[in-house]
Write a protein that binds this ligand. Structure first.
Ligand SMILES: Cc1cc2nc3c(=O)[nH]c(=O)nc-3n(C[C@H](O)[C@H](O)[C@H](O)COP(=O)(O)OP(=O)(O)OC[C@H]3O[C@@H](n4cnc5c(N)ncnc54)[C@H](O)[C@@H]3O)c2cc1C
Length: 306
């Protein structure tokens, strides 16, 4: 997988802040940044967050008693529309600290640059499979679009966590010799005949120097590559070098992480898992990012004046 290196030339336009996540935390951050006239990129889904849209009835969101999740999601979407905030519908697979800025890489292998980053991806990243982290970059990948060329005429297994990953399997089948697709969801799978759908439960990944076998509950698949396509990536895998405590991103009261210019808010930083707490932290993270940008500008001006 291509990884940008510090000191490498930038890829083009640089935004002030990249906000990752379209739940209450990310949306609140994006709105505050927009009010403060910052240029933003907001990554996530036009359906916003499943955790909002699917909630039956919400009774503790200030000013909106007994609101259905779907109605709250519609209110959020209306708010974004009024403020002319667009959502880039793509999942982020990696965030690289480049020194003066961050490069974010998407599932579709696009690269974007921003001076600061706000992580608001929620808490649903699940546990990695045994062997997953050990073989990451050595036969295990999270991005079919990025890494498919490495598996030309080879055998690959794809573990898909939602039906939208089926498109990735179709794409992989154009390149690889054999594709196994293991859906980790109940909906029916609709894929071409060249893909073997395996209804089984992934257990672990094994190999010597690289991943060689995917162990399932009922059988074993000998493969050259294993793609694990989840929407969410655990924070430490998303941002190399990020400090994580008990599976949550460690932050201070300004929502600053251990990496300068990288902030986090919402469920990703820990309980209580609540809408209003997430939205409040999104606001704090955005204002801290604004201070960071102002400080950076000041330093640049002082340097230029010397
Ligand atoms: C059924 C249910 C009912 C609930 N009821 C209540 C309630 O009544 N009151 C209450 O206060 N709380 C309730 N909660 C908890 C509440 O949903 C969460 O605390 C809140 O949604 C957290 O907001 P968040 O923005 O941190 O994360 P989320 O809402 O989880 O949003 C995370 C966002 O990040 C996006 N994302 C994830 N990974 C990536 C990636 N790699 N790239 C780009 N985008 C990504 C997701 O698509 C999503 O948009 C409920 C939760 C559930 C599941």
């Amino acid at each position: 997988m291509y990884k940008p290196q510090k000191g490498e030339e930038s890829v083009g336009e640089r935004y002030d802040v990249a906000v990752i996540g379209t739940g209450p935390a990310g949306l609140s951050a994006a709105i505050t940044l927009k009010i403060r006239n910052k240029s933003i990129l907001l990554f996530g889904s036009k359906n916003l967050s499943e955790k909002v849209g699917k909630a039956h009835e919400i009774n503790n969101y200030l000013g909106l008693p007994a609101i259905k999740g779907e109605d709250l999601a519609n209110r959020f979407a209306e708010h974004l529309k009024q403020m002319e905030i667009d959502i880039t519908e793509d999942a982020i697979t990696s965030v690289y600290a480049m020194g003066e800025y961050y490069t974010v890489q998407t599932r579709t292998n696009e690269m974007y640059e921003a001076t600061a980053v706000i992580l608001a991806t929620g808490v649903d990243f699940g546990k990695p499979y045994p062997g997953e982290e050990q073989f990451l970059g050595r036969g295990v990948s999270y991005c079919a679009t990025c890494d498919a060329p490495l598996y030309k005429k080879k055998r690959v297994a794809i573990i898909g966590f939602s039906p939208k990953e089926e498109a990735e399997a179709e794409f992989m089948a154009e390149v690889a010799a054999e594709v196994y697709y293991i859906p980790v969801y109940k909906e029916p799978v609709s894929l071409g005949n060249q893909i073997q759908v395996v209804r089984d439960v992934p257990v672990s990944i094994e190999g010597e120097k690289k991943a060689e076998r995917l162990l399932l509950k009922e059988r074993e698949l000998a493969v050259d590559g294993i793609f694990i396509l989840r929407e969410s990536v655990s924070p430490s895998r998303l941002v190399p070098g990020l400090s994580v405590e008990e599976n949550h991103v460690a932050v201070n009261r300004r929502m600053e992480t251990n990496l300068k210019g990288c902030f986090a808010c919402g469920d990703i930083v820990g309980p209580p898992y609540q809408y209003i707490k997430s939205a409040g932290e999104g606001n704090v993270a955005a204002l801290a990012a604004v201070s960071y940008l102002d400080q950076k500008k000041k330093e640049q001006k002082e340097k230029a004046d010397q």
